[in-house]
Design a protein around this ligand. Structure first.
Ligand code: COA
Ligand code: AMP
Length: 633
C-alpha cells in the first residue's frame, strides 16, 4: 500500500487517532477532552474541552521559539510602489497593540467585528488582533457594494467596523471606501458602536463622530495579551454566496481550524517553517483567510500580501517578479489569473526575465482548471501545477495531489484524490452511491474533518437544510462530478445557482432577485455562461411586463447598473437581453440548464417536460445577439 493510501485509510477509519496526532503540532492552553464529539448529529465538534488562542499559535509561539527576527509578512504592493517586510516580532507588537485598541473600545471574547479593507497589512493585523481577544471577525471583500456590506452588518451585528479610506484597483482606479461604509451603515438596521479607519495617503476620509483614526489610536495603544478560548468557539464568520441573495455566514472554530490548516501546509503544500509561501488572493475570500493569513503563520512561514493584479500592475510578469524577488517556494492562485497572464503574454516573454530556481509548485483552485490553462502553465514553469478543489465551507482542500505525502501522476481536468479526512462519495439524486466513472452529486460522508464549518452563524436550521438534509449522513458540496476507477475526482461544476466569476463566488439567484425588482420586468433568469478569461460570467434574460413601451436596451442598461450598485462591480454583470418568454417546464420551472447549454453552444436535448419548445429558438437568437451560442468565436 502506498503512503497516501495508508494515511488516507487511517484518517477515515480512525479519525480520532489521526487528528489527535495532528493536534500535537498545535499549542494548547488545555488539551481536549474528546477529539470528535458526535453526540449531537449532524453537528459534529472537534477537540471538545480543548482551549487555545489562534493568534498565539500564529505569532507569539514563533517569537518565543526562535523566529522573532524572521520575516512573517511581506507587503508587496505594485499599486503603491511599496515593499515592506514585518518580522514575527514586529507583527506581534502591532497585533498586540491593535488588540489593545480594540479592547479599549470594549471589544472582547465573543464580540463580532467587521473588517472591510483592501489588501494592506492593517487588514491582517486587524484579523489577528480579533483572534487575540477571542473576538469573531468577519472580513467583507472590498469589491462588494454598500448593500452587500449592509446585509452582512445586519447578520453579524458587529460592535465595531474596521476599514480604510480607499482601495486601489490596478494602477489607476481608486475606490473610496468611506462613502460605501457610511451608506452601508445607513442601510443596516444593526448599527456598530464605531468605525476605525486606516487613512491611506491616496484618499483622506472625512471622519464622523463615531469614527476613529487607526494611526492615532495605535500611537496611544497599550498591548493586549491572548485571551484563551474554547477549541469550539468561533474564530470568524465568512459570508459566501448561496442560492439566494442572502449570503451564508460560514463559521470557523478555533481548534479544528488550527489543527487542519497547519497539517495542510506540510502534507498538501509540502512547505516547511521558514519557507516563503504566497497565496495571490484577497483577504476577503476564504483563500485569503486560510492561506494568506492563518496557515502560513501557524507553520512559521513567510507569507506575502500582494496588492496588485496578475496583469497591468505593471505587466504580465508581475507574478514572476514577486516569486523571484522574495524567493517564493509555493504560489497558490486561481486559474483565471493564469488565463489573464496567458492572454497578455502567450509565449512567456516576461517569464524568461526572472530566476525562479527556488520555486517548487503552483497550486490552483477556486474554479475548474481547464486543461488548456493547465498545459500552458505546466509547459512554461516545468514545475508541478497542482489543481485542488475546495470551498469556503471547508476552509481547506477536499481534493488535491498531496505533495507532502506522495505525488501522483497528474490527470488534467482532475484535482487528483480526496485529501485525508474527506470521505468523498458520488451520489445519485436518490442518495445511492454511484460506481466509478459515473457522474452524480459530489458529497462528503459525515463527519467532515476538523476546520470545516460546524454550522452557519446563528442559523443551525439553514445549515441543516443547505448541507446535510438532502442526503442524510452526507455533506452536500453543491458540485457535480465523478470519481474514476483510480480514485481521481473530477469536479464538473455547480448543481445550484452559484457561479465562479474570475475566482469570485457569486449567486445568480441573488442577481435574479435584484433584476426582478425593476418595475418593468415581469420575470427573469440569470445564467453563468462560459467565458474564456473569467471562467464564467453572468448574463441576464428578462421578460417585460405587458404594456411597457420603453426601449429594452435602456432597461438592460438599468439592470446592469442595478446589479453593480447592489452587489458590486465584482459581479461582472454586464449583459442583459429582453426576450418575449422564458422556456419553462409545464409546472413553471425555468429551464436554466437548457438555456446555459444553448449559450455555451453545447449539445442539448429538448426536455420532455418543456411547455413550449419554440421558445428555445428565441433564446438561441438572443444568446447569439450577445455573442454566445453559435456566435462564439
Ligand atoms: N475592490 C473594489 N473593486 C474590485 C475589487 C476590490 N477588491 N476587486 C475587483 N473589483 C472590481 C474591478 O475593478 C472590476 O471593476 P470594473 O467593472 O469597474 O472594471 C470588477 O470588480 C470586476 O473585477 P474582476 O472580475 O476581478 O476583473 P478585472 O478585469 O479587474 O481582473 C483578473 C481580472 C483575472 C485579472 C482578476 O479577476 C484576478 O486576478 N482574479 C483572480 C481572483 C482571485 O485571486 N480569486 C481568489 C480565489 S484564489
Ligand atoms: P469558494 O467557496 O469561493 O471557494 O468556491 C467554491 C466552489 O468553487 C466549489 O464548490 C467549486 O464549484 C469551485 N471550485 C473550487 N475549486 C475548484 C477546482 N479545483 N475545480 C473545480 N471547481 C472548483
Amino acid at each position: 500500500m502506498g503512503k497516501y493510501d495508508e494515511i488516507y485509510r487511517r484518517s477515515i477509519e480512525d479519525p480520532n487517532g489521526f487528528w489527535a496526532e495532528a493536534a500535537e503540532d498545535v499549542q494548547w492552553v488545555k488539551k481536549w477532552d474528546k477529539v470528535l464529539d458526535d453526540s449531537n448529529k449532524p453537528f459534529y465538534r472537534w477537540f471538545v474541552g480543548g482551549e487555545l488562542n489562534t493568534c498565539y499559535n500564529a505569532l507569539d509561539y514563533h517569537v518565543e521559539n526562535g523566529r522573532a527576527d524572521q520575516v512573517a509578512l511581506i507587503y508587496d504592493s505594485p499599486v503603491t510602489g511599496t515593499i515592506k517586510k514585518f518580522t514575527y516580532r514586529e507583527m506581534l507588537d502591532l497585533v498586540s497593540r491593535f488588540a489593545g485598541v480594540l479592547a479599549g473600545k470594549g471589544v472582547g471574547k465573543g464580540d463580532t467585528v467587521i473588517i472591510y479593507m483592501p489588501m494592506i497589512p492593517e487588514a491582517v493585523i486587524a484579523m489577528l488582533a480579533c483572534a487575540r481577544l477571542g473576538a469573531i471577525h468577519s472580513v467583507v471583500f472590498g469589491g462588494f457594494a454598500a448593500n452587500e456590506l449592509a446585509i452582512r452588518i445586519n447578520d453579524a451585528k458587529p460592535k465595531l467596523i474596521i476599514s480604510a479610506s480607499c482601495g486601489l484597483e490596478g494602477l489607476t482606479k481608486v475606490i473610496d471606501y468611506k462613502p460605501l461604509l457610511d451608506k452601508a451603515i445607513e442601510l443596516a438596521e444593526s448599527k456598530p458602536e464605531g468605525c476605525i479607519i486606516k487613512q491611506r495617503p491616496q484618499v483622506k476620509a472625512a471622519l464622523g463622530a463615531n469614527d476613529y483614526d487607526w494611526d492615532e489610536l495605535m500611537a496611544a495603544a497599550t498591548p493586549a495579551g491572548c485571551t484563551t478560548v474554547a477549541a469550539t468557539d468561533p474564530l470568524y464568520i465568512l459570508y459566501t454566496s448561496g442560492t439566494t441573495g442572502i449570503p451564508k455566514g460560514v463559521v470557523r472554530d478555533n481548534g479544528g481550524h488550527a489543527v487542519a490548516l497547519k497539517w495542510s501546509m506540510r502534507y498538501i503544500y509540502n512547505v516547511e517553517p521558514g519557507d516563503v509561501y504566497w497565496a495571490a488572493s484577497d483577504v476577503g475570500w476564504v483563500v485569503g483567510h486560510s492561506y494568506i493569513v492563518y496557515a502560513p503563520l501557524f507553520l512559521g512561514c513567510t507569507t506575502i500580501l500582494y496588492e496588485g493584479k496578475p496583469v497591468g500592475t505593471p505587466d504580465a510578469g508581475a507574478f514572476w517578479r514577486v516569486i523571484a524577488e522574495h524567493g517564493v517556494k509555493v504560489l497558490f492562485t486561481a486559474p483565471t489569473a493564469f488565463r489573464a497572464i496567458k492572454k497578455e503574454d502567450p509565449n512567456g516573454e516576461f517569464f524568461k526575465k526572472y530566476d525562479l530556481s527556488n520555486f517548487q509548485a503552483l497550486f490552483l483552485a477556486g474554479e475548474r482548471l481547464d486543461p488548456d490553462t493547465y498545459h500552458w502553465a505546466s509547459d512554461l514553469l516545468h514545475k508541478p501545477v497542482i489543481d485542488h478543489w475546495w470551498q469556503t465551507e471547508t476552509g481547506w482542500p477536499i481534493a488535491a495531489n498531496c505533495m507532502g505525502i506522495e505525488q501522483f501522476p497528474i490527470k488534467p481536468g482532475s484535482p487528483t484524490k480526496a485529501v485525508p479526512g474527506y470521505n468523498v462519495k458520488i451520489l445519485d439524486n436518490d442518495g445511492n452511491e454511484l460506481p466509478p466513472d459515473t457522474e452524480g452529486i459530489v458529497t462528503i460522508k459525515l463527519p467532515l474533518p476538523p476546520g470545516c464549518l460546524p454550522t452557519l452563524w446563528q442559523q443551525d436550521e439553514r445549515f441543516v437544510e443547505s448541507y446535510v438534509s438532502m442526503f442524510p449522513g452526507y455533506y452536500f458540496t453543491g458540485d457535480g462530478g465523478y470519481i474514476d476507477s483510480e480514485g481521481y475526482i473530477y469536479i464538473m461544476g455547480r448543481v445550484d445557482d452559484v457561479i465562479n466569476v474570475a475566482g469570485h463566488r457569486l449567486s445568480t439567484g441573488g442577481m435574479e432577485e435584484i433584476v426582478a425588482t425593476h418595475p418593468d420586468v415581469a420575470e427573469c433568469a440569470v445564467l453563468g455562461v462560459a467565458d474564456n478569461l473569467k471562467g464564467q460570467v453572468p448574463v441576464g434574460f428578462f421578460v417585460l411586463k405587458a404594456g411597457v413601451t420603453k426601449d429594452p436596451d435602456e432597461i438592460a442598461a438599468e439592470l446592469v447598473q442595478m446589479v453593480r450598485d447592489q452587489i458590486g462591480a465584482v459581479a461582472c454583470f454586464r449583459q442583459a437581453i429582453a426576450v418575449k418568454r422564458l422556456p419553462k417546464t409545464r409546472s413553471g420551472k425555468i429551464l436554466r440548464g437548457t438555456m446555459r447549454k444553448i449559450a455555451d453552444n453545447e449539445e442539448y436535448r429538448i426536455p420532455s417536460t418543456i411547455d413550449d419548445p419554440t421558445i428555445l429558438d428565441e433564446i438561441t437568437e438572443a444568446v447569439e445577439k450577445l455573442g454566445y451560442g453559435k456566435a462564439r468565436s
